[in-house]
Design a protein around this ligand. Structure first.
Ligand SMILES: *Cc1c(COP(=O)(O)O)cnc(C)c1O
Length: 354
């Protein structure tokens, strides 16, 4: 049993909060005062502690550096009108971290340890949670292997850390995406469903090539046939066609987004027709060509909703309808924002008060 009451706290001598301009927050440049750290050795999570945010000292033989034995999570905290800090569905991040952990031979982080570490850290740094519209505290838990060993085998030593940083509004502009039909992000039997470090490393080069063609993001297709839409960079993707909300099923090749689940839950609650099913590239391209895509957007923690302005496929580029006319995605963005910041009743029990 882990005694989570035993989180040792070593506070900063002086907060650096004054360096933050809340009206103009640079993305992930300024980190909050403190970080959480725990070490796994001899089969247990030990030395739970909150320290001043600082560099880690690691052996050059650290296995995470050489082999990418590293997983992470991403979530956000918000302030409500009373200045209390609310986290959005954090227990879902705790569960998903352990889904990723199993795939990468990383030991489980007990949900109680995850929640206690998170709560203590965010409570201590609550002044870092901004309250301007569109802003939030981004929270990044990460677990990685620390064996000093360059042989390839499952590690026996790990670190679990949580760092946080205030963030402003992300992706405010609608994005231009390209349907990728050469490179793959994931494949059956692979690690697509895990938030594993290597997945993101491997996505950078294809994304860079797309950016050179003038796109902002890729839409990944299945690794085998490239005929089915999977998801975007760090977002799941949804379309509204024929008044029906369609999205790819959360299979082994897709990261099961918490935002995805939340948007689908609200859509069903509003009586919208929802289909989680394979979405053919052909179907999307033909609908785009005929002007029948009513809405297209990415869903994820970073942006909540990222409107898609245009879709590129091979030599064609389809300009979609005006973002302002998109009823569902604009409405669900406001609804989710209101739930996250405690402005409306939390009818699904999604918020967690720190
Ligand atoms: C994190 C992530 C998402 C979105 O998940 P949320 O829980 O909604 O933030 C979608 N796709 C990928 C590849 C991701 O890494």
């Amino acid at each position: 049993m882990i005694d989570t009451a035993a989180i040792k706290i070593n506070r900063v001598a002086q907060s650096s909060i004054h360096e933050l301009d809340v009206e103009n927050i640079p993305f992930a440049k300024i980190y909050s005062d403190h970080m959480f750290i725990a070490d796994y050795r001899d089969g247990e999570w030990r030395d739970l502690r909150i320290e001043p945010y600082q560099p880690l000292a690691l052996s050059p033989a650290t296995s995470a550096i050489h082999y990418g034995i590293s997983i992470f999570e991403g979530m956000k905290g918000y302030k409500n009108a009373d200045g209390e800090v609310l986290l959005f569905r954090p227990e879902q991040n705790a569960r998903r971290l352990n889904v990723s952990a199993e795939r990468m031979c990383i030991p489980e982080v007990p949900e109680s340890l995850f929640m206690d570490a998170l709560t203590e850290l965010v409570r201590l740094d609550s002044q870092w949670v901004p309250n301007h519209p569109g802003t939030s505290l981004y929270i990044r838990p990460c677990v990685f292997a620390t064996d000093e060993y360059i042989g390839i085998k499952p590690s026996e030593n790990f670190k679990f850390i949580i760092i946080t940083c205030p963030v402003g509004a992300y992706y405010s502009k609608p994005v231009n995406v390209k349907i990728e039909t050469h490179f793959s992000r994931a494949f059956e039997g692979g690690t697509g469903y895990a938030k594993a470090a290597g997945n993101y490393a491997a996505s950078l080069y294809p994304a860079k090539l797309a950016q050179q063609e003038g796109y902002d993001q890729l839409i990944w297709t299945d690794g085998k046939t490239h005929q089915y839409i999977e998801e975007s960079g760090t977002m799941n993707v949804m379309f509204i066609i024929n008044d029906t909300l369609v999205t790819a099923p959360a299979s082994g090749t897709i990261l099961k987004g918490i935002t995805r689940d939340s948007v689908l839950t609200i859509a069903r609650d509003w009586g919208m027709v929802v289909e989680e099913r394979p979405v053919a590239v052909k179907e999307i391209v033909e609908a785009a060509r005929r002007g029948e895509i009513q809405e297209a957007f990415g869903v994820g923690t970073a942006a909540t909703i990222a409107q898609i302005a245009s879709i590129g496929f091979e030599d064609e580029r389809f300009q979609l309808n005006d973002v302002k006319t998109r009823e569902f995605s604009n409405k669900v963005l406001v609804e989710l924002d209101n739930i996250k910041t405690g402005k409306v009743e939390d009818r699904f029990g999604w918020t967690y008060k720190v």
